[in-house]
Design a protein around this ligand. Structure first.
Ligand SMILES: [Fe+2]
Ligand SMILES: [Fe+2]
Length: 385
């Protein structure tokens, strides 16, 4: 390549360089001094001299979350073509058309693009209006949760250290944004009113959003993801809701993020055991208990026991919390036994016939593939056995 060089005055170049160096020293020393006395110095936790975020590259985290998310990134246009999304590239669209052409006519008809009116007809064929309302009431709880997941993961992005962890969180922000907008449109297709957040959901999500520092990782990737994973696992087998399998897969990656991150940047003994932190974690969980009884009527409409679901979720959450060193004020086994007593007490008082049930031993994820995905998460190594 031949460039036609332009003349520059070397004295001006030198002067510019000297000014920049002096300014660089001044601005960095000033910020450094402010940081050293506890004032706000440089805001970005970015190490520009090494072209890296503080915390280093951490390529393992990047590979496990960013690369994997990129590989598994799904498009709403392909998996829920009856919605309004146009997020496939021309390449993806033509690949899909080529794949469809290789099918027999019958297979093509079966796989033919389902349009919004056909999707709504399918819902009306499969469900009564009350059942549709029950599905929307249950799923809207996590639909509102996705809005908070989007906000909280965007804040967590500024909390975590290292390039790998930031890349991982960036993918989570993108996936939560997708979950929110896709689930919102999916629920609108049911054509029944979408409820506001219940008081329990409001308190639960606000508690998670207001948690400080890495405690957000507990609130978000342990609690909210635990609930989301369980709800998607519970409902993804229902007709018209198969796309929830993809949500379930994304959430399973999100629940694995704390253990992968904390392997690289472990919580200190103090952070794990601090009595106030342990109490605050329990306080974050408590509103979720109210959500269980609030969902009882709608779950019963679909033949599901809300307390089986609640027990299953709380077992999974307590496993994730314990594995990551986010300890609670009471040991895991005592907590689960206590929850069983409370749930059974409530059911005995409110149900005509009730015999003792091991709610926290229940498994409410239904799909075989989803159970396999969860087995990988929950049979992982327990760091703090
Ligand atoms: Fe999500
Ligand atoms: Fe998530």
């Amino acid at each position: 390549m031949q460039f036609k060089k332009l003349p520059v005055d070397p004295r001006v170049v030198r002067a510019n360089r000297l000014v920049e160096r002096a300014l660089n020293r001044a601005v960095r020393s000033y910020d450094g001094l402010k940081s050293s006395i506890g004032l706000a110095g440089r805001k970005a936790r970015y190490d520009d001299a090494n072209y890296e975020f503080f915390g280093g590259a951490r390529d393992t985290l990047r590979a496990k979350h960013y690369d994997k998310s990129m590989r598994l990134l799904w498009k709403a246009e392909e998996h829920a073509p009856w919605l309004s999304f146009k997020d496939c590239t021309p390449g993806e669209r033509s690949l899909r058309e080529m794949a469809l052409r290789s099918l027999t006519e019958e297979e093509q008809a079966a796989r033919a693009r389902i349009a919004a009116p056909e999707y709504k007809a399918l819902l009306n064929r499969e469900y009564t209006r009350r059942e549709k309302q029950a599905i929307v009431n249950i799923l809207s709880a996590i639909g509102h949760g996705e809005a908070y997941a989007w906000l909280v993961s965007a804040e967590l992005l500024t909390v975590v250290e290292s390039t790998g962890a930031r890349a991982a969180l960036t993918m989570q922000v993108l996936e939560e944004a997708k979950h929110f907008v896709v689930l919102r449109e999916l629920l609108q297709a049911f054509e029944v009113p979408i409820p506001r957040q219940s008081a329990w959901e409001y308190m639960f999500m606000e508690g998670v959003y207001k948690a400080s520092g890495l405690e957000k990782l507990f609130g978000m990737n342990v609690l909210v993801e635990g609930v989301a994973l369980s709800l998607f696992g519970l409902l993804c087998e229902l007709p018209g809701l198969e796309v929830l399998r993809l949500f379930h897969l994304d959430e399973s990656r999100h629940t694995a993020l704390p253990s992968n991150y904390l392997k690289e940047f472990p919580l200190s003994l103090w952070e794990r055991h601090h009595p106030l932190k342990r109490w605050r974690r329990l306080r974050m969980v408590l509103p979720a208990l109210g959500m269980i009884s609030a969902l009882e009527e709608d779950m019963a409409e679909l033949g599901l026991d809300a307390f089986d679901f609640g027990g299953s979720v709380l077992r999974k959450i307590s496993h994730l919390a314990h594995r990551n060193g986010f300890f609670l004020p009471v040991p895991r086994k005592t907590l689960l036994a206590g929850l069983n007593v409370v749930f059974n007490g409530y059911c005995k008082a409110t149900r005509a016939k009730h015999s003792f049930t091991d709610f926290t031993g229940a498994e409410t994820t239904l799909g075989a593939r989803e159970l396999e995905v969860e087995r990988e998460i929950f049979e992982g190594v327990v760091a703090f056995a």
